[in-house]
Ligand binder design. Structure first.
Ligand SMILES: Cc1cc2nc3c(=O)[nH]c(=O)nc-3n(C[C@H](O)[C@H](O)[C@H](O)COP(=O)(O)OP(=O)(O)OC[C@H]3O[C@@H](n4cnc5c(N)ncnc54)[C@H](O)[C@@H]3O)c2cc1C
Ligand SMILES: *[C@@H]1O[C@H](CO)[C@@H](O)[C@H](O)[C@H]1NC(C)=O
Ligand SMILES: *[C@@H]1O[C@H](CO)[C@@H](O)[C@H](O)[C@H]1NC(C)=O
Ligand SMILES: *[C@@H]1O[C@H](CO)[C@@H](O)[C@H](O)[C@H]1NC(C)=O
Ligand SMILES: *[C@@H]1O[C@H](CO)[C@@H](O)[C@H](O)[C@H]1NC(C)=O
Ligand SMILES: *[C@@H]1O[C@H](CO)[C@@H](O)[C@H](O)[C@H]1NC(C)=O
Ligand SMILES: *[C@@H]1O[C@H](CO)[C@@H](O)[C@H](O)[C@H]1NC(C)=O
Ligand SMILES: *[C@@H]1O[C@H](CO)[C@@H](O)[C@H](O)[C@H]1NC(C)=O
Ligand SMILES: *[C@@H]1O[C@H](CO)[C@@H](O)[C@H](O)[C@H]1NC(C)=O
Length: 545
């Protein structure tokens, strides 16, 4: 059955003068070559694929890989846009530019830097033709190896897709995934406008938005994925399509949190809002304030929805032998010390950086505490908000994290945020997102365990600590009726089964959308990294109870 969406794909594809492949039809090498020619590629430059079967099984086995044929061909067809291991200095400069050491250590066979959606389309079609596994990199801030990097495969780097265009009426800004959030904030600053995006300046547009995207202003507008009015997407067929509430609406829903499973987004059209400078900064407290901070944070969570301009990121971090409390506080306008934060500002601090700043300044400031090049792991879970749950998390974090106290450059952090009912209300707009959250869940407590360290020798101990804190917290929550299955993709570890956590109905719907737009399951088979629909971590049932 050819669904109405597949038909929509065809119409949109011809509109874009890009490859036209019926998304519902099995693709042969001849189909792919035709699409490559439509994209303007000289296929006579390609090595013969005779003797290679295009793997079409929907399992995870990708069969023999032929990146060793594809990489030199890409280098011939796109010189200046392809980096191979032969160019050792440029190549290692590129691999060094990931945020985490684990991703930097992952070595692709070649890197391709497309300059247009059509070139992205050609690279995906070529990866299919030669059965070469690939990964997509936007800002490169995902933590674990293989998230946006790939050992021995093709790394598609979207950094050259870095356009930013504000619409005539200023209501929408078209943003390429090669930008970092601060580029967009800087661009919109002179107009007193902004968008819903990341809180650290150099985070990428692509990963943050396809996984959800928490901003300072999410109580007012929802998450980043809820504020995309249109996605331009390269599908497995090579077609370049618009995805919005009226064009491919099923895919629009799926892209709101479904990650890298459906296609490559080559442009995010983001809704703008008025935004001036904001009162924000960091308050740091000594360990004797912990009980008071737990009380304050819990009260904030209960009341957050009464003041949608407010946001708090509450951290406990280990540094130089003690656990400090760190509150990152933001108010969406220049109001100084509004009542909702006064329980935090009324207790004495060891440091207070609160000031009125532009959004760009705030995100640059938060970049200082997130250096590049260390080993990194983040883990997540979601709970109903109670004071005892917050206390349990703080206690368990302190008990467990101390076990690695001697690890070099060890910086463990327990980071807690509130997903208030204001946020989940906003998530329902324009048909809702895929995350499975609703205002009926009440105010939720989102766990982000974020650990940094320097030496590979400490990996096992630190991962064991992270697993233990997560498992104990979930067990406590289950025992007290506080467990919420949802795992936030952008904070999850490689050991967590993210997409099933969106709830059975949403998980099945996502799989259906994937079958419709990617019938040969290219984005499952050939793009193995990050959180997939068809493959869960070995201990996916973890934490069992
Ligand atoms: C210092 C720091 C601060 C952070 N702050 C926030 C925050 O304020 N709010 C928040 O919600 N999260 C935050 N995060 C988490 C962040 O959202 C994720 O790390 C996210 O994956 C980063 O996006 P990226 O583009 O930089 O990542 P990448 O590593 O480039 O990509 C991550 C994944 O997304 C896929 N992907 C990227 N672009 C595309 C695309 N165009 N089409 C399809 N798939 C794509 C990649 O293939 C990869 O699997 C932060 C992380 C760090 C390290
Ligand atoms: C690297 O250089 C060798 C020797 O010149 C060449 O045979 C090979 O094709 C090159 N590899 C790529 C990927 O260009
Ligand atoms: C090295 O990488 C950085 C950042 O990734 C980039 O800005 C710079 O241009 C690169 N240098 C070379 C010589 O490629
Ligand atoms: C932006 O806001 C500032 C301060 O309110 C104002 O002076 C300026 O004129 C505004 N700029 C635009 C383009 O509206
Ligand atoms: C949705 O996609 C259609 C088809 O390409 C396009 O005409 C329309 O402008 C898009 N809507 C938005 C809001 O971008
Ligand atoms: C904080 O202190 C201010 C000034 O002393 C006071 O007005 C306010 O009520 C206090 N707020 C809280 C929440 O304690
Ligand atoms: C850290 O090192 C010190 C000094 O060698 C030692 O006394 C302490 O027990 C170590 N702590 C841990 C948690 O290993
Ligand atoms: C999950 O599995 C991985 C790989 O086998 C292992 O390293 C990790 O410790 C496990 N995590 C937990 C919490 O059991
Ligand atoms: C979790 O919180 C810490 C501290 O605020 C932050 O540095 C880190 O980037 C966060 N992790 C993610 C994945 O956002």
């Amino acid at each position: 059955m050819v669904s109405k969406f597949a038909a929509g794909v065809l119409v949109a594809a011809s509109l874009f003068h890009a490859a036209v492949v019926d998304a519902a039809k099995p693709t042969t090498a001849e189909d792919i070559k035709k699409s490559l020619e439509t994209n303007g590629l000289d296929i006579s430059k390609l090595p013969s694929t005779a003797g290679y079967e295009i793997a079409t099984d929907s399992g995870i086995n990708t069969g023999p890989q032929h990146c060793n044929l594809l990489c030199p061909a890409l280098a011939r067809i796109f010189p200046g846009q392809t980096l191979t291991r032969n160019q050792s200095l440029l190549f290692s400069n590129w691999t060094d530019a990931f945020w985490s050491q684990q991703q930097e250590e992952t070595t692709p066979q070649c890197i391709f830097q497309p300059r247009s959606a059509v070139e992205v389309s050609s690279s995906v079609l070529l990866a299919e033709l030669f059965t070469c596994s690939f990964a997509i990199k936007s800002g490169g801030h995902a933590a674990f190896a293989g998230s946006s990097s790939i050992e021995n495969g093709l790394n598609i780097d979207l950094s050259k897709l870095n356009g930013i265009t504000l619409s005539q009426d200023q209501s929408v800004v078209e943003v390429g995934p090669g930008n970092r959030w601060v580029d967009v904030y800087d661009h919109l600053l002179p107009y007193n406008l902004s968008v819903i995006g990341g809180r650290v300046s150099d985070i990428g547009i692509g990963g943050l938005t396809t996984g959800g995207g928490i901003s300072f202003f999410s109580q007012i507008y929802g998450w980043a994925c809820d504020n995309v009015v249109n996605y331009e997407v390269v599908l497995a067929s090579g077609a370049v399509v618009n995805v919005n509430t009226t064009s491919n609406p099923d895919l629009y829903w799926a892209l709101r949190g479904g990650g890298n499973n459906f296609g490559i987004v080559t442009r995010f059209d983001l809704s703008t809002h008025s935004q001036g400078p904001l009162w924000s900064g960091t308050l740091i407290y000594t360990p004797d304030k912990t009980d008071q901070l737990i009380e304050n944070f819990y009260n904030y969570g209960v009341n957050a929805a009464t003041d949608p301009k407010s946001a708090i990121i509450m951290n406990w971090a280990y540094a130089e032998g003690t656990f400090l409390g760190v509150a990152d506080i933001e108010y969406a306008d220049s109001t100084i010390n509004p009542p909702i934060f006064q329980s935090f500002t009324n207790i004495s601090t060891v440091e207070n950086t609160m000031a009125v700043r532009t959004l760009s300044e705030v995100t640059d400031m938060f970049k200082q505490s997130n250096p590049d090049g260390l080993r990194e792991s983040y883990w997540t879970a979601t709970f109903s908000l109670t004071k005892d749950m917050v206390s349990f998390l703080v206690k368990t974090f302190e008990e467990e994290s101390i076990r690695a106290a001697n690890a070099t450059s060890y910086t463990p952090a327990l980071v807690l945020q509130i997903i208030s009912t204001d946020v989940t209300k906003q998530m329902q707009k324009n048909g809702g997102n895929a995350l499975g959250l609703s205002p009926s869940d009440g105010n939720l407590l989102l766990l982000n365990l974020s650990f940094m360290w320097a030496e590979i020798a400490d990996d096992n101990l630190i991962l064991d600590i992270l697993g233990a804190i997560t498992a104990k917290s979930i067990a406590y929550a289950k025992a007290n009726g506080l467990y919420k299955e949802y795992l936030y993709m952008n904070y999850a570890s490689q050991y967590q089964a993210v997409l099933p956590s969106y709830g059975r109905e949403n998980f099945e719907r996502l799989q259906k959308v994937s079958q419709t737009y990617d019938p040969l399951q290219v984005f499952q088979r050939l793009q193995p990294g990050y959180f997939k629909l068809t493959k869960q971590p070995p201990n996916a049932t973890y934490p069992s109870s």
